[in-house]
Design a protein around this ligand. Structure first.
Ligand code: NCD
Length: 306
């Protein structure tokens, strides 16, 4: 069993299914009045977030707490990271508390893998730059399975700023492993060259969007754009915004959050029956409980593929 969850490639379909089954049982626990289980009692989970986060950080915190772990949450702002302490020194410092797991989000691709080399703790990648966000992919698959039963044969379109999206990279892989076909769509400047090598189709227009069963909308990631990738937001919105006029009845809409309301996604769609966004957020806690459980307690969910 691989000790860490650094990439969705650490999991095969069987490993993903095992985590999702575990998540299902934790979702049931979350429906009870007492939402805690003693699985990680006496063990410590460190959450280290070097980048903005609402959903991911709060759900990891809640997940570890509901497993009865002791939880330390460190944010870049207000910590010694701000004073210039290197990631390696920060990990060394936190290692003194003998954590069982370190959950890390960083603006740098590969940061989680580096941490895994420096610590005995199990490391969970909560987003490393443009690279990967494996627990988001797991919760997205969980959400779709809850609603549809299976992803086999499902046609999923991922629309928008694919270039800067670690969610897209992890989702393309996870959705395909679970039997779905994936098409990415967006302005050519926001579609990575050669993305088809990941097994998906790519298109610069939404003409064939009605073919999609699920429309997965991505946020325009302004913070990762050093230059202008689209002529204007108005132009982007006119061509690529997902709104009622572009959707056909029965299509489901997802978004990892946070949404730029009125840019990549129209506000009315977010609040409509087509939207799974609220279910994605809810799934986050049970899925992250399952990931921590499998890494720290469970037997062999994470079969090393490498
Ligand atoms: C995503 C992220 O941080 O990569 N958000 C999230 O984890 N819910 C997507 C995004 O920021 O657009």
């Amino acid at each position: 069993m691989s000790k860490h969850l650094l990439s969705i490639e650490d999991l095969d379909r069987e490993g993903i299914e095992r985590i999702l089954e575990r998540a299902q049982s934790f979702a049931e626990v979350s429906g009870r009045e007492i939402k805690k289980v003693p699985a990680l009692k006496g063990r410590t989970v460190v959450n280290l977030f070097y980048e903005a986060s609402t959903r991911t950080s709060s759900s990891f915190e809640l997940a570890a707490t509901r497993l009865s772990a002791d939880v330390i949450s460190v944010r870049a702002a207000g910590s010694s990271i701000e004073k210039g302490e290197s990631l390696r020194d920060t990990i060394q410092t936190l290692t003194a508390y003998e954590p069982a797991a370190i959950v890390i989000r960083s603006p740098h691709a590969g940061a989680a893998a580096s941490v895994a080399a420096w610590t005995d703790a199990a490391v969970v990648n909560a987003g490393d730059g443009k690279h990967e966000h494996p627990t988001q992919a797991l919760l997205d698959v969980f959400t779709l399975r809850q609603r549809l039963g299976s992803l086999d044969g499902l046609r999923i379109w991922i629309v928008g700023d694919v270039l800067h999206s670690r969610v897209a990279r992890s989702d393309i892989s996870a959705f395909q492993k679970m039997g779905a076909s994936v098409t990415v769509a967006g302005p050519p400047t926001l579609l990575p060259r050669g993305i088809e090598a990941l097994g998906c189709a790519a298109t610069p227009t939404l003409e064939r969007l009605p073919e999609a069963d699920v429309v997965y909308v991505l946020r325009m990631q302004h913070e990762r754009m050093q230059e202008a990738f689209v002529p204007s937001l108005g132009e982007y919105t006119a061509r690529y915004q997902i709104n009622a006029t572009r959707l056909r009845p029965g299509q489901l809409v997802m978004h990892p959050g946070p949404v730029n309301r009125g840019v990549e996604l129209d506000g009315d769609v977010i609040d409509s029956d087509a939207s799974l966004i609220g279910e994605q957020v809810r799934a986050g806690v049970a899925v992250r409980m399952a990931v921590l459980y499998e890494l720290l307690v469970g037997a062999s969910a994470l079969a090393a593929v490498a």
